[in-house]
Design a protein around this ligand. Structure first.
Ligand SMILES: C[S@@+](CC[C@H](N)C(=O)[O-])C[C@H]1O[C@@H](n2cnc3c(N)ncnc32)[C@H](O)[C@@H]1O
Length: 338
């Protein structure tokens, strides 16, 4: 039997994502779930005039924003603690990078962890983006001389071939787990469910190293999450609905970006506000969105550390140590699978 090539896997992943995008968009405008659209925002254009270019807007946002503290403070924290973290982690462990992302993230966050670890036995990059896994594994192999490979997979949905290997240290940076939808289940339950999916890749005694933003300060949050490139990034979701889904009368120009902090729920909501009454159809679902209605597209949860750790415990990860940086908004948990 012919084995699957990267192109086959990419094709299958795309098909699955297209179906999920349709269902998630219908759920969104039905109000059944909101704030769950982050997986579709890192999108790519198909032509030179295509407004669906979230990846580009995001890249410009993180490079130009002076107030988006998350990435720089996370990297500083990891770099300053790498030796201490390494002392906790087992010798000869396999490092599994869940969503390595761009080269800069690998160099500033993954490299310090790997160099702090005692004789890592290897490095595996797992991502839905083919370019990211190839770049990350090549970088680690070339610059750190650690045996490296990549797995093109959705780590929430698929079983990973490395699950049985132990000892293992999984790392997840960039705050992905706190971009949660809000629906019938509470956000904390959704977080716990996502952590349970990651727990399946681990054996008892394996580790998960993960960062978290616990900032509750509305002023600094509003500054961080109000930027024209971030607005463009978020609003590509409306253009992607128009481009990729079977719609009638759906007009992205009827919506504008908004960003607001919900202190009670510990969430910064990024969304689309209707500038006018908008009536449209997605597949066979008809919608009428009234003027000024806010549609949360992406939720950025900032749970207090204790909330986050209770979700970890219920998913089968116990806290070994939590590290606080100098600013006290980005923290790092070293968790052990029970
Ligand atoms: C927020 S970025 C973080 C990147 C990097 N670790 C950092 O700290 O900047 C999330 C990364 O995870 C990948 N990703 C998101 N969801 C994923 C999933 N379900 N399975 C595999 N990779 C995923 C994205 O392609 C991206 O590389």
């Amino acid at each position: 039997m012919r084995s699957l090539s990267d192109a086959d896997i990419l094709h299958a992943l795309r098909k699955k994502e297209e179906n999920r995008f349709l269902n998630d968009s219908i759920d969104l405008f039905s109000g059944y779930r909101t704030g769950h659209m982050n997986p579709y925002a890192f999108n790519e254009p198909q032509t030179s005039s295509d407004p669906v270019r979230g990846g580009e807007h995001w890249g410009r946002f993180v490079n130009t924003s002076r107030d988006y503290y998350l990435i720089s403070e996370e990297a500083q924290l990891i770099q300053s603690l790498a030796t201490e973290i390494g002392k906790i982690l087992p010798k000869n462990a396999l490092c599994v990078d869940l969503g390595p992302g761009e080269e800069k993230a690998v160099i500033t966050k993954t490299f310090p962890i790997l160099t702090g670890m005692s004789s890592p036995s290897g490095y595996v990059a797992v991502d839905v983006n083919n370019k990211f896994i190839h770049n990350a594994s090549a970088l680690v192999q070339d610059k750190l001389q650690i045996e490296s490979s990549g797995i093109l997979a959705d780590f929430f949905e698929e079983t990973l071939s490395i699950a049985a290997r132990s000892p293992k240290v999984m790392v997840l940076f960039g705050g992905l787990l706190c971009n949660l939808g809000r629906g019938k289940a509470s956000a904390l339950l959704e977080l716990s469910n996502n952590l349970k999916k990651l727990r399946k890749h681990a054996q008892a005694g394996d580790y998960l190293v993960i960062t978290q933003d616990i900032n509750q300060n509305q002023t600094t949050l509003d500054a961080a999450y109000n930027h024209p490139d971030l607005a463009r990034y978020i609003m590509t979701l409306t253009h992607r609905i128009k481009r990729d889904l079977p719609t009638r009368d759906f007009n992205p120009d009827h919506f504008e970006f908004y960003s607001e902090w919900d202190a009670e729920e510990h969430v910064q909501v990024l969304g689309a506000r209707a500038k006018t009454l908008s009536t449209f159809q997605i597949a066979d679902h008809a919608f009428a969105v009234r003027k000024d209605k806010k549609i949360p597209l992406v939720n950025c949860y900032k749970f207090p550390a204790e909330f986050f750790l209770s979700a970890c415990r219920s998913a089968g990860f116990n806290a070994v140590q939590t590290f606080h940086g100098t600013s006290d908004r980005i923290i790092l948990h070293v968790l052990k699978a029970t």
